[in-house]
Design a protein around this ligand. Structure first.
Ligand code: GLP
Length: 258
């Protein structure tokens, strides 16, 4: 089962996630990271920047991208990843990929992205947030548990949630291209973060509910190495919270990554 860590604050969660990334990169300087956008990973990027881990050789693959925004749009995930991850962390821009950024046609972009991930040797550590619909990446409810990178239609709830980044709801794209749930399952270590009470139901459904396409995040239950880091509010509906706390407090030294 997943390793579930319940912490006091998003800052503390960011420290833990950053220490997992630092440990990986110390061992393999050209490790392959799966990069997530959204507000959730920001404390991880901040902690990683503060740790001063050399990331210039790290390769990155973003989870998802909007379809239909003009190139260079500040809310495109290419722009967000550049602004929030590549520049502050000193990653090498040419080593960081975003779906459909290869200049080719959007049809077939998913297959090409999958091939590029495979050619890089696969993703070592995938950072994940979770949406209120239970989505990971942009895999909305109903996504196949075996899906690979492809174009999807955004759920209305997700467009509403993301409208805060755009002048109005009408400006939020209706489509996206996202790594699939099957793509995410291929990563060697999943680190899923969630903060705040708005995520509590999605977190409980993903970790403790049935594995189902109706809760795309529940696919993490099928992965052999998952670390879930939540604050008290996001973990409030977890039935086995006491056990998770006990297991984390009593983990063996060999289970520690820092
Ligand atoms: C967005 C992204 C997801 C992200 C999620 C949560 O739509 N596509 O990758 O995990 O929604 O966003 P936030 O972290 O801002 O709550």
């Amino acid at each position: 089962m997943a390793e579930v860590v319940i912490v006091e604050s998003d800052a503390e969660a960011g420290e833990i996630a950053a220490s997992a990334i630092s440990a990986l990169v110390r061992e393999r300087p050209d490790a392959v990271l799966g990069l997530a956008t959204g507000s959730t990973p920001l404390t991880t990027w901040r902690a990683l920047a503060a740790a001063g881990t050399g990331l210039a050789a790290v390769r990155g693959f973003a989870l998802d991208e909007y379809v239909g925004l003009p190139p260079g749009h500040p809310e495109s995930y290419r722009a967000v990843i550049t602004r929030e991850v590549v520049e502050p962390l000193g990653l090498t821009p040419s080593l960081v990929r975003v779906p459909a950024d290869d200049g080719g046609p959007i049809s077939g972009a998913g297959e090409r992205y999958e091939a590029d991930i495979v050619a890089a040797g696969g993703i070592d550590l995938q950072i994940l947030g979770i949406g209120r619909t239970g989505h990971i990446g942009f895999n909305e409810p109903g996504s196949s548990l075996a899906s690979l990178t492809r174009v999807k239609t955004l759920a209305e709830q997700t467009r509403i949630d993301n409208a805060r980044f755009f002048p109005s709801l009408d400006d939020v794209p209706t489509h996206c291209i996202t790594q699939g749930l099957g793509t995410i399952l291929r990563a060697r270590h999943l680190v899923l973060l969630a903060f705040g009470s708005a995520k509590a139901a999605a977190v409980a459904a993903a970790l403790e509910g049935p594995v189902s396409a109706s809760t795309p995040g529940s696919v993490v239950q099928m992965h052999p190495r998952v670390t879930v880091i939540v604050d008290e509010a996001a973990g409030a509906q977890l039935e086995h919270a006491d056990y998770y706390r006990y297991a984390w407090a009593n983990r063996f030294d060999w289970e520690r990554w820092s």
